[in-house]
Structure formats: structure tokens, C-alpha cells
Unconditional design. Structure first.
Length: 230
């Protein structure tokens, strides 16, 4: 009788102790970004820390925006995007790639990968609020702008979830100081309301040069209103 109860207990203890005996460590969900984050830190070492800029961060739309400085002439901008990332990743690495620069404004474009990974709009919204909380704690005068995602052909089935997320953040920004919503959700759509193939690269997910041209127009118009050039 005793053995019948003892064996399951021993099995549980072995399961809990196995990582210790095997030398394995708990999986770090942020470890996959270490190379990219280290490269961005190295860039800071080489170029020096730029203060009071407009810092763009988020996933691949930001990382792949190679013409960011040319598209926003007269403005001091930094690109600190890392492709495939989620909002929680931007929060986790803020101390290393955002805080040192003390930017006057942060433009965040993320959320699509979060939804694609299976998170609900409500869950991604909570992650966004966590990002805002850490920014406002460390950088109390910095404005955060959420750059709304637009539908893509490759993830057309996630359009509704994206719209729900945009709506949650748009309403939140109306009532929270130093948080703004930049609506770029329609830049990829044609007259039929569907994403246009001529605005995407071959994978039908990422914007091409024409797509970035439309995105840049939206961002320029927003910045001209919020931060007029002197």
C-alpha cells in the first residue's frame, strides 16, 4: 500500500529535479533576440548614444524601414526595431535599447506577431499597457505613439483581430497622457477594402518600397502636427 503512494511522489520529485541533474536551464523566451539586441548595443558604442530623438521600435516593419531617416527629413530619428518581435519583447529590452537614448518620442509598431502567435487582442492590449507603464516610469516626459498595423495578404484571416487591437489602443490613448495613436491601418487597402498585392514584397506580409512610401506619408503628417519642425 505504501509503495502505491510512494512511487508517484518519487516520480514527481524526479521530474522537478531533472533540470538540475541534467544541467538544463528553464527556457528563456527572450534569448532568441540576444544577437540582434547586442548588435544594436554595439551600434550605440560605435556611433555614440543619441539623445532626444524620435525612436522607432517594434517588429519587422520597423526593422526593414531602411529609408526611415530619408523619409523623415529634418528630424533626428533612430531605428531600434528587431524583426519578428512582440510588444513584450520591446518591454523586456527597453532598458538596453530605449532608455539609454532618453528619446523625446517613441513610435511603437508591434502587435501583429503577438496575434499571429495566438494571443487575443485583449492579451496584446495588456502587453501594450505594460510597455506604457515601464516607459512612463523610466521616461516620464517621453511620448509614446502606437503606429497601427495594417492588414496584409499573408495574414488576412487575422484582420479582425488586428482591428480590435487597434480600437482598444486608440480608445486607451484618448485618456492616457503622453500616449497617442497613429492610424495607419488603411495604408495597405485598395478601393475594395482589401490589401493590395503591389504594396508587399513576395511574402505578401512585409511592405515594399511603395508600401513604405504610404506609411511614411502618414508618419510625416502626424509628426508635422505633433512636433512641428522649427
Amino acid at each position: 500500500m505504501k509503495n502505491r503512494f510512494l512511487l508517484p511522489v518519487l516520480g514527481l520529485l524526479f521530474t522537478l529535479a531533472f533540470p538540475i541533474f541534467s544541467g538544463a536551464e528553464p527556457s528563456d523566451p527572450f534569448a532568441k533576440w540576444e544577437k540582434e539586441i547586442s548588435e544594436l548595443e554595439h551600434l550605440d558604442q560605435v556611433q555614440g548614444i543619441t539623445k532626444n530623438a524620435i525612436l522607432f521600435t517594434g517588429s519587422s516593419t520597423i526593422k526593414r524601414w531602411k529609408t526611415l531617416a530619408q523619409d523623415l527629413p529634418g528630424r533626428l530619428v533612430l531605428n531600434r526595431g528587431f524583426g519578428g518581435s512582440q510588444i513584450c519583447d520591446a518591454t523586456h529590452f527597453a532598458e538596453r535599447i530605449i532608455f539609454p537614448h532618453a528619446p523625446q518620442m517613441i513610435v511603437l509598431r508591434a502587435g501583429g506577431n503577438d496575434l499571429h502567435a495566438g494571443k487575443s487582442p485583449a492579451q496584446v492590449f495588456e502587453d501594450f499597457k505594460a510597455f506604457i507603464a515601464i516607459i512612463q516610469t523610466k521616461l516620464p516626459t517621453t511620448e509614446v505613439v502606437y503606429l497601427a498595423a495594417c492588414p496584409s495578404i499573408a495574414r488576412i484571416t487575422e484582420t479582425q483581430a488586428g482591428e480590435q487591437l487597434n480600437e482598444l489602443i486608440r480608445d486607451y490613448a484618448k485618456s492616457v497622457p503622453r500616449v497617442k495613436y497613429l492610424d495607419a491601418s488603411k495604408i495597405s487597402l485598395g478601393a475594395d477594402g482589401l490589401p493590395q498585392e503591389n504594396l508587399f514584397v513576395e511574402d505578401k506580409l512585409h511592405l515594399n518600397a511603395e508600401g513604405y512610401k504610404r506609411l511614411a506619408e502618414k508618419v510625416r503628417a502626424f509628426l508635422d502636427k505633433e512636433l512641428p519642425l522649427q
